[in-house]
Ligand binder design. Structure first.
Ligand code: TRP
Length: 339
């Protein structure tokens, strides 16, 4: 076992295997995970327990869990440096989540905007209780590892605040147990919106054909989706937060996130060009990202036993830390230790 990560602040994050990963997941999360892995002791989790807060097909869930883990590696997360694991492989997540659920005020849970959004169109009868308790499970994920920093999109900031509040409550009631985590939002511009509806965040579980670019889309298909992206009836190509200009802004954001050029340089570059040019340029950027990523992905999936060995090691490393934290929390809460 290496001990090189021992003094680095710890990072933990996760993505649900509730759909195929999109370019939004890559630019808004995975790319940042890769960038921070040398500076922090990183734990990256495939959060299957969160995925089942919405109905999942068992065969697909299992398949996507493996695929997500492979995609983390294909995106550049190095399993020799970072810990990659599956949430349900470490039962401490479920156990601490229950303890935290019992302490989480219903009022806090009902105030979560993600819960309100996801349940807005459903009846009380069709909403699983897990959707309400989702933030307590996320808090368990983070607190088990004493994570200092949690890289997430800004739509998750409220869940992070909830985690801090709950940790503080526990520490206050039972004595100092958990580290209070801080949020780490990706640099401006990494929030990718739906290509067909640029005022909503790109989602891996949205059904319409031209909504998302999946990381495993065949390249011509990915290009076609960008060429069909919704824009507007104006001509000017510049970054903007006006809702009517969200489509053009989204294409510029994708171009910016991949090219790394400054906003000013990009606007100057497109000053005398049209939307067709912008789309072609954004598509070229996306394809230049997808091509090597897909090559690496298929190589990994064909390497028998490799992915399993990564997940086995990840589980061991994660369990060692999580089990210890769980034990301490159980002791503090007053559970009788098994003899
Ligand atoms: N709720 C997060 C999302 O939907 C996923 C998640 C679950 C997560 N557990 C986490 C993110 C712990 C960071 C840390 O994006």
């Amino acid at each position: 076992m290496t001990a090189v990560n021992d003094n680095k602040p710890r990072v933990l994050s996760g993505i649900q295997p509730s759909g195929n990963l999109t370019i939004g997941n890559y630019l808004g999360a995975l790319k940042q995970w890769v960038e921070v892995q040398h500076d922090y002791d990183c734990f990256y989790c495939v959060v299957d327990l969160h995925a089942i807060t919405m109905p999942q097909d068992p065969v697909e869930l299992r398949q996507r869990t493996r695929e997500s883990a492979a995609m983390y590696i294909a995106a550049g997360i190095d399993p020799e440096i970072s810990t990659i694991f599956v949430q349900s492989h470490v039962p401490a997540h479920s156990e601490l989540a229950w303890m935290l659920t019992c302490m989480a005020p219903l009022g806090w849970l009902h105030r979560m905007t993600q819960f309100k959004d996801r349940t807005a169109k459903q009846t009380q009868e069709s909403i699983g209780a897990g959707l309400l308790n989702y933030p307590s499970l996320m808090a368990a994920d983070i607190l088990l590892y004493h994570a200092d920093l949690v890289p997430v999109g800004d739509d998750q900031n409220q869940h992070l605040e909830f985690t801090r509040d709950l940790a503080q409550r526990f520490n206050h009631l039972y004595g100092d147990t958990f580290t209070l985590p801080s949020v780490m939002n990706p640099q401006a511009g990494a929030r990718i919106m739906g290509l067909d509806n640029p005022t909503a965040k790109m989602s891996k579980s949205e059904a319409s054909e031209n909504h998302a670019i999946f990381l495993l889309d065949e390249l011509p298909r990915a290009r076609k989706k960008i060429m069909r992206a919704v824009t507007d009836s104006q001509r000017e190509i510049r970054f903007s937060d006006e809702p009517e200009r969200a489509g053009v802004n989204n294409l510029l954001t994708i171009y910016q996130a991949i090219s790394g050029e400054s906003n000013a340089a990009i606007e100057a570059h497109f000053a005398d060009k049209g939307y067709g040019d912008l789309k072609r340029a954004a598509a070229d950027c996306v394809l230049s990202t997808l091509e090597p990523l897909q090559a690496r992905y298929y190589e990994l999936m064909n390497e028998a036993g490799y992915l399993d060995s990564v997940l086995r090691l990840g589980r061991e490393k994660a369990s060692a830390i999580a089990d210890e934290t769980l034990k301490l929390a159980q002791e503090r809460m007053g559970f009788l230790a098994p003899s």
